[in-house]
Write a protein that binds this ligand. Structure first.
Ligand code: ADE
Length: 225
């Protein structure tokens, strides 16, 4: 899949996108992520892309024209399944949403900044607004990174061990069971005996019980769902 991220701070995302699973997925050709500096589409000579809001309220607003020019140039090259705007007003991001977006061929993520973007962009160009939580970030870049990471890691082949993405917390509305590695006894802190038993079926049963117990205790809202 291809993800085009439109931002005024491409440097903020550059390093992140080259690391770990998301970096590897790109090297393997599973994901193709492009950063676009919105200032490259500015119409003013000083490369500014914001202006004062009509009505006299405080803060600056991102203008229509640079955003429209950038999105229009991308759309001239290929068809996009979604044009996403990161905003605290959006639909709350979730694992099912990440799974669904991972099936898309091409998506655009527009990172918001300042006080917001000219509302006409949201009305005419944005197909989906996504929030990563009920708090306000300085810009949409961290939200775009969160969305891209969660989407790319569920693309088949992005994670070496495919089972591992499926057993993530939230894939089945359950938190993941605890995991342990060597040594089996560290300063007297012992790994549960069942995991050393070699009894595959009982281990899977224990993991499910642990996942249910942890979910009921830590996230009872997920059980109700
Ligand atoms: N931009 C600012 N705050 C945000 C949030 N919580 N989610 C997505 N984008 C944002």
């Amino acid at each position: 899949m291809r993800i085009d991220i439109i931002t005024v701070l491409p440097e903020l995302l550059q390093g992140f996108l080259q690391e770990s699973i998301i970096g590897r997925a790109q090297k393997r050709g599973l994901a193709d992520i492009h950063l676009h500096n919105l200032r490259d589409w500015a119409v003013r000579r000083d490369r500014r892309i914001d202006d004062y809001p009509y009505g006299g309220s405080a803060g600056m607003v991102m203008q229509c024209e640079p955003i429209d020019r950038c999105i229009t140039s991308l759309k001239a090259e290929r068809r996009y399944d979604e044009v996403i705007f990161t905003s605290p007003d959006g639909q709350q991001f979730s694992q099912p949403m990440a799974n669904q977006l991972s099936l898309a061929e091409n998506i655009i993520i527009l990172c918001g900044h300042y006080k917001g973007i000219d509302h006409r962009i949201r009305e005419h160009l944005i197909t989906r607004e996504i929030s990563i939580g009920d708090y306000v970030l300085t810009g949409g870049e961290l939200a775009a990174a969160v969305i891209a990471d969660a989407v790319v890691r569920v693309i088949p082949g992005a994670i070496g061990d495919e089972q591992s993405a499926l057993s993530d917390s939230f894939q089945d509305d359950l938190l993941a069971p605890p995991v342990y590695t060597r040594p089996a006894d560290y300063k007297g802190w012992r790994v549960p005996d069942i995991l050393l038993s070699g009894h595959e079926a009982r281990i899977r049963e224990w993991e499910l019980q642990q996942a249910m117990e942890r979910t009921a205790r830590l996230r009872p809202d997920l059980i109700k769902k």
